[in-house]
Ligand binder design. Structure first.
Ligand SMILES: Nc1ncnc2c1ncn2[C@@H]1O[C@H](COP(=O)(O)OP(=O)(O)OP(=O)(O)O)[C@@H](O)[C@H]1O
Ligand SMILES: [Mg+2]
Length: 231
């Protein structure tokens, strides 16, 4: 169980202190899937880093299973959006096309789709390059191009279902939050605050095309846009 209580974090910068998180409170029950959503700069990563114990809050308290977090621990794992998991012997195109190949898509078609996906991450010129000839960031973009969002979400929901771990997951994507979460923490930037905590009480597996799903999505978007009107 994770309890984040009145947590604030000030970063020291050359231009003075920046209040990145202001008195944020939320909790995640055991085995619960909690999503943090909100615009860029609202403090999502900062909060995750503090839950992981990489640095302490400036004020407030984080407890995991009743104990205050005072550093990193084996009871918590953190996964960054780092998909640098490419086959070194395949080109960028070959890596992106791999999933389609597994699905039995014909060569010409999968190369056409893979090239379009590489174009989206601005790497079509590197289609023929092997991973070791690409920078870390470029490798990451190839890996992202190779994964569909649906595949990622399904995988994550399955891992959560089988392991029953408590998860705090960051996303900008409201549909993704409604698909995955028991509870969504809506945040607002400058300074980062918790605007609302919304329970998602839809049965699983969830159908992103159902009326209930779309209604839930609409209500979350309303929370997010309301916050923008106020800032
Ligand atoms: N190391 C740092 N030094 C100074 N300011 C920082 C630092 N890291 C983050 N900030 C500031 O703190 C605020 C919150 O940043 P954070 O990275 O937590 O946001 P975020 O919600 O994860 O954003 P994004 O959606 O873009 O990943 C931002 O205003 C950011 O500029
Ligand atoms: Mg972030």
């Amino acid at each position: 169980m994770i309890h984040v209580t009145e947590v604030s974090l000030e970063y020291d910068t050359p231009h003075g202190k920046v209040l990145a998180v202001d008195k944020a409170s939320f909790s995640a029950a055991e085995s619960e899937f909690v999503c943090l959503v909100g615009p860029s700069g609202c403090g999502k990563t900062t909060l995750l880093n503090m839950i992981a114990g990489f640095f302490p809050p400036s004020a407030g308290e984080i407890r995991v299973a009743g104990r205050p977090v005072s550093g990193q621990g084996l009871d918590r794992g953190i996964v960054f959006q780092d998909f640098a998991q490419l086959f070194p012997w395949r080109t960028a195109l070959g890596n992106v096309a791999f999933g389609l190949e597994m699905k039995g898509v014909a060569k010409e078609e999968r190369e056409r789709v893979a090239l379009a996906q590489l174009r989206l991450v601005k790497l079509e010129k590197f289609a023929g390059a092997h991973p070791h000839h690409l920078s870390g960031g470029m490798q990451q973009r190839v890996a992202i191009a190779a994964l569909t969002r649906e595949e990622m979400q399904r995988l994550l929901a399955e891992v959560w279902r089988t392991t029953r771990k408590t998860i705090v997951y960051v996303t900008h994507n409201v549909a993704e939050a409604v698909y995955l979460a028991d509870r969504v923490v809506v945040m607002t930037p400058h300074p980062g605050r918790v605007k609302a905590v919304v329970g998602i009480r839809l049965p699983r597996p969830r159908d992103p095309l159902s009326v209930e799903f779309l209604e839930q999505q609409k209500s979350l978007i309303a929370h997010l846009t309301r916050q923008e009107e106020e800032t």
